[in-house]
Design a binder for this molecule. Structure first.
Ligand SMILES: Nc1ncnc2c1ncn2[C@@H]1O[C@H](COP(=O)(O)OP(=O)(O)OP(=O)(O)O)[C@@H](O)[C@H]1O
Length: 226
């Protein structure tokens, strides 16, 4: 059960800004275990999103390894990384990034449409997932007809459509009020308990982090205690 799914070994990243080099991540080591919910906590600018992007193969590191199933994902070509993401990862952001002209159902099914999967099977699966996130009555609504919390539920259903091993969530409740935030955290915990999907959740909210299995705190590009 505690098998390591994804490991970062010695990840470093800097950005060149005019003459200054900004060292955002300094030799970061971490692992995500099978089925765990990991919080990455830290103040604004501490490097949380940069780390999550690298863990999701959406950004390159300057040094280090990102190991999944014994292979270093940072060595893969861009196409291989995209295939890896499609097969194993789901993403949820602070802003839902739903396509405004499509219904909730179509938005959730979209990754399968793009992958040229059977359309009616994709819609069936999307419908099941919308029921799972509590939106059975909202499948034909467009994003503008949904509340912020409902839109985030659609985004979570979309992230689940490929049955990922890990969902990477960057401030998934950052745009929501306290009650709606808690309902999203409850949903994430329920998905984790029922399907075993691991979550890596970037947040600056200690009350969210404390509800997950483990918290790592980033400070100026390195992990610190508590
Ligand atoms: N593409 C980039 N070019 C230059 N600097 C960048 C780039 N991306 C991020 N940075 C800088 O790296 C630092 C860390 O950014 P990052 O977004 O990872 O922080 P964060 O902890 O997620 O912050 P927040 O909680 O505010 O989203 C910041 O100082 C940011 O300005």
């Amino acid at each position: 059960m505690n098998q390591v799914l994804l490991a970062c070994n010695g990840i470093s990243k800097s950005f060149q800004e005019a003459e200054n080099k900004l060292h955002v991540l300094k030799n970061v080591n971490l692992h995500v275990s099978n089925g765990e919910m990991l919080a990455i906590l830290g103040s604004s600018g501490s490097g949380k999103s940069t780390l999550l992007h690298i863990m999701g193969t959406l950004d390159e590191a300057d040094a280090g390894e990102l190991i999944f199933d014994k292979q270093n994902l940072l060595d893969l070509s861009a196409n291989q990384q995209a295939a890896f993401r499609n097969e194993h990862l789901g993403f949820v952001y602070q802003f839902h990034h739903l396509l405004p002209e499509f219904s909730a159902l179509e938005n959730v099914a979209m990754p399968l449409f793009i992958a040229n999967k059977n359309k009616s099977e994709a819609l069936d699966r999307a419908s099941t997932l919308l029921t799972k996130v509590g939106l059975a009555e909202r499948t034909n609504h467009k994003p503008y007809q949904l509340s912020g919390g409902e839109r985030q539920r659609v985004a979570i259903a979309r992230a689940l459509i490929n049955e990922p091993s890990i969902i990477m969530a960057d401030e998934p409740t950052g745009n929501l009020d306290a009650d709606t935030s808690q309902s999203i955290v409850d949903l994430i915990k329920d998905i984790n308990a029922t399907s075993g999907t691991a979550f890596v959740i970037v947040t600056h909210d200690q009350s969210i982090a404390s509800q997950l299995d483990r918290t790592l705190k980033l400070h100026k590009g390195s992990f610190v205690e508590g």
